[in-house]
Design a protein around this ligand. Structure first.
Ligand code: ADP
Length: 442
């Protein structure tokens, strides 16, 4: 800056002197100004040329303001170049790390279009990157479960994680677990993990239970049959003791049969495709027929059954499975409610969807047991459950059946007061009696 003032002062002084000597002050001052402006524009255009150059070259020789701009620009350029190099190395390391990951990772845009994918995405999902960039995931794989999984994930809060198990579209022998992770305002990350080994082990476990149960069923039927005929053989008074022993054996054989039946039911629920049967289920009629059976089980305990039913509310699902789930909970209420206790069944439609409540005034369950009730063989009082003929698998079966109907099980209980078992079926499964009847008439 100082140099510029010094230089312009010299030019002006020379112009003034020449003007004074030649008696053309204005002209020489104007000429001096022009010469200075020309020189500055030459320096500026050299600077501009240098700045526009892609290749790295030394800054043009210049002093004063133009020189200072050139130096500042050179510093900025060096800084920028270093930063670019650092970012490129980070990016390279990030790419190497994601390629080395054992999982497939796909970055999805606002409309679930592929923005980026690592190499495992090719092996697991058949995504070719970068060729498939911009393609929507559901256009690439027309798998119904994946389509509804992606649709469900839309509009959910960022950070919510969802998962889905799927056979790889690229390899029928590979089982994948897909996770959709939302981040930022609209970003989504699809992570696919190869769970083939876990899937095979769990399949082996359920197959083993199913096979063992099948194998046990036939000999048990034979044993039960013989025990029954033996009992009939000992009718004399002196055979009383023997008859009692045979009866005990029959009771235990019956318990084993129920256990085997429940194990088979569970393994069928686990191994078959979800929700294979969809038919209209008239829940009010179903409840009334279960109550007839429950009254028979209640017997001398004479429970009071109260029914509050929305007669027009039906649902779509597997009738046998729904029957099994509801009867399980109602029979449990009978088992755990004292003489003359009240069992109320409420069937209604509210903001939760179609809701069934089985409310008893029985012994209740303490809070610490409630989260574990749907575990296999979990019983609050093992001895009493056995005594009453329970297998400890009932609520595990109920949970499976409900999840196959996208329904929820809620349990509320107060020891000494009673329990409420609530099934919440989603709106999507609701059918209205009037509409069904009108449809079948037309
Ligand atoms: P179980 O064959 O033993 O009935 P479940 O899985 O059906 O097995 O139930 C698990 C346990 O939950 C039962 O052993 C019992 O302790 C408890 N339970 C279930 N329903 C009720 C109820 N209505 N009142 C009190 N306890 C209950």
């Amino acid at each position: 800056m100082n140099q510029d003032i010094f230089r312009i002062s010299i030019v002006l002084s020379v112009a003034l002197l020449v003007g004074y000597l030649s008696d053309h002050m204005a002209l020489t001052l104007f000429a001096g100004y022009l010469a200075y402006a020309y020189w500055e524009s030459v320096l500026l255009s050299r600077l501009l040329k240098w700045m526009r150059r892609k290749r790295i070259a030394n800054a043009p020789e210049a002093e004063g303001l133009v020189g200072a701009i050139a130096m500042q620009y050179e510093d900025l350029r060096d800084h920028h170049r270093k930063q670019k190099r650092r970012l490129a190395s980070y990016l390279k390391r990030f790419k190497e790390a994601t390629q080395a990951l054992p999982d497939a990772i796909v970055v999805l845009g606002l409309n679930d279009e592929i923005e980026w994918a690592n190499s495992k995405s090719g092996d697991y999902l058949g995504i070719r990157y970068p060729q498939d960039r911009g393609q929507r995931l559901i256009n690439l794989f027309r798998h119904p479960a994946l389509v509804s999984f992606m649709k469900e994930a839309r509009g959910k809060n960022p950070g919510i994680e969802k998962s889905l198990e799927l056979v790889s579209p690229n390899n029928q022998d590979m089982h994948l677990e897909l996770r959709l992770i939302s981040y930022g305002d609209s970003g989504k990350l699809l992570v696919a993990r190869n769970v083939t080994t876990i899937f095979r082990i769990s399949r082996m476990r359920t197959d083993f239970i199913a096979n063992a149960s099948h194998e046990l069923r036939t000999p048990l039927t034979v044993i039960s049959g013989y025990l029954e005929s033996f009992e009939d053989d000992f009718t004399e008074e002196k055979d009383k003791q023997m008859r009692s022993k045979i009866r005990q054996m029959r009771v235990q054989a019956e318990r084993m049969r129920r256990l085997i039946e429940d194990l088979l039911k569970l393994s069928t629920l686990e191994t078959t495709e979800s929700q294979s049967v969809r038919e209209p289920v008239r829940i009010p009629d179903l409840l009334r027929s279960i109550v007839v059976e429950a009254r028979a089980i209640s017997g001398i305990l004479k429970h009071d059954f109260q029914l509050e039913l929305d007669e027009g509310l039906w649902i779509e699902g597997d009738r046998n499975q729904i029957y099994s789930a509801i009867s399980n909970v109602i029979f449990n209420a009978v088992q755990h409610t004292a003489e003359h206790g009240c069992i109320t069944l409420r069937w209604f439609n509210d903001s939760n969807g179609a809701t069934l409540e089985v409310i008893d005034t029985g012994e209740g369950i303490s809070a610490e047991h409630i989260p574990r009730l749907t575990e296999r063989f979990y019983r609050v009082d093992r001895g009493r459950s056995r005594e009453k003929g329970g297998t400890g698998l009932g609520l595990a079966i109920v949970k499976h059946i409900l999840s196959r109907h996208q329904a929820r099980l809620e349990i509320e209980s107060t020891p000494g007061v009673g329990s409420t078992f609530r099934f919440c079926f989603p709106n999507a499964l609701i059918l209205h009696k009037g509409l069904i009847e009108a449809r079948s008439l037309s």
